[in-house]
Design a protein around this ligand. Structure first.
Ligand code: FO1
Length: 323
């Protein structure tokens, strides 16, 4: 049987876990392309940091700190302490010594003129993630969060909102700075056009999947693809499994529910992107025009995550017969 090409849109921690489950159920002939959110990226101490790309690369490359879900296993923080000794701001974003090597190599290659997609491929030669790892765009897109502060309305970089303020400042709006001038990264449109299955990982629908779908041309590529599009709900039982989707969805007027998420992505036949929507067992979701199925969606361990990925592929085949 010829291999299947699965293209997955994903963010960081949830996306990385899901991709490891998908890789586990893929056959040797199958190909997986991961299109990763870069709206969380930031420049600190002169270094370009790509949290979601690194989380996926480290997770699939077996180098992730599984407790934190980000950064390297066996990490040390000597440079961080030295920076603090110099009062070198910001101190609220933890850069580990091992992790710094990734940012140094990435920044050097970007400064030499390599596109982020080429830099990512070079870094993956070390990590061998077993999937083709692509940034959503080779142009810089940065998510900023509009919040009210005692000093007035401010736009914070997503990382400052999430890491420094733990998303405690109510988000009024999310703005993807630079997205209007961005284009899908090299290889992204080709992968989507050649996909047999398209999946939206259980990542944040606003700042991860939403940011990817906001790159000009990307949403249209999904809709024009002959492949079925299946999404997995990141909201289980009315709350996000991890992360801050519940702090993001109200800002765009979407209920924090499996149904809200599915309706937000929308049915393909009505201008949205979904053919199928996987929700957690027990979560109802009426999403007109979309085939909804309930399966366990808690990525508690490798077996559960693999079962989720397999269910997504089965639903995609059911949807193919719909198309
Ligand atoms: N998250 C934190 O909560 N605190 C940190 O100090 C922190 C540092 C950090 C460094 C590199 C990296 O790749 C990720 C890091 N993260 C940290 C996680 C990051 O905020 C998230 O992975 C995503 O951006 C949100 O999904």
């Amino acid at each position: 049987m010829p291999g299947v090409h699965v293209v997955v849109l994903a963010g960081g921690v949830g996306g990385a876990r899901f991709l490891s489950g998908l890789r586990a159920v893929a056959g040797p002939q199958d190909q997986i392309t991961a299109v990763i959110n870069t709206g969380d990226d930031l420049t600190l101490h002169g270094l370009r940091i790509c949290p979601d790309l690194d989380t996926v690369m480290y997770t699939l490359g077996e180098g992730i700190d599984t407790e934190r879900g980000w950064g390297r296993a066996g990490e040390t923080w000597t440079v961080k302490a030295e920076l603090a000794a110099y009062d070198a701001e910001p101190g609220w974003f933890g850069l580990g010594d091992r992790d710094l090597a990734t940012h140094l190599v990435r920044t050097r290659m970007l400064d030499a003129g390599f596109a982020l997609s080429a830099v990512t491929a070079a870094l993956c030669r070390r990590w061998q993630p077993g999937v083709d790892l692509l940034p959503m765009s080779d142009q810089r897109v940065e998510t900023h969060v509009v919040v009210d502060t005692p000093e007035g309305t401010r736009a914070l970089h997503f990382q400052e909102w999430w890491v420094r303020h733990r998303a405690e400042l109510p988000a009024r709006e999310f703005v993807q700075v630079g997205v209007a001038d961005a284009r899908p990264a090299a290889g992204v449109l080709e992968a989507i056009a050649g996909a047999d299955v398209l999946l939206l990982a259980p990542s944040n629908p606003v700042v991860s999947i939403g940011t990817i779908l906001g790159v000009p041309g990307l949403r249209a590529a999904l809709r024009d693809s002959p492949a079925p599009v299946v999404g997995l709900s990141p909201i289980v039982g009315g709350a996000p499994v991890r992360g801050m989707a519940d702090k993001c969805l109200p800002a765009i007027g979407v209920p924090t529910s499996a149904e809200g998420g599915g309706r937000h992505y929308g049915a393909r036949r009505e201008g949205g992107v979904l053919n199928g929507w996987l929700v957690h067992t027990g979560d109802g979701a009426d999403v007109p025009g979309v085939r909804v199925q309930a399966v366990p969606l808690l990525m508690a361990d490798a077996a559960a995550t693999a079962a989720m990925a397999a269910a997504a592929l089965v639903l995609a085949e059911d949807c193919r017969s719909d198309a």
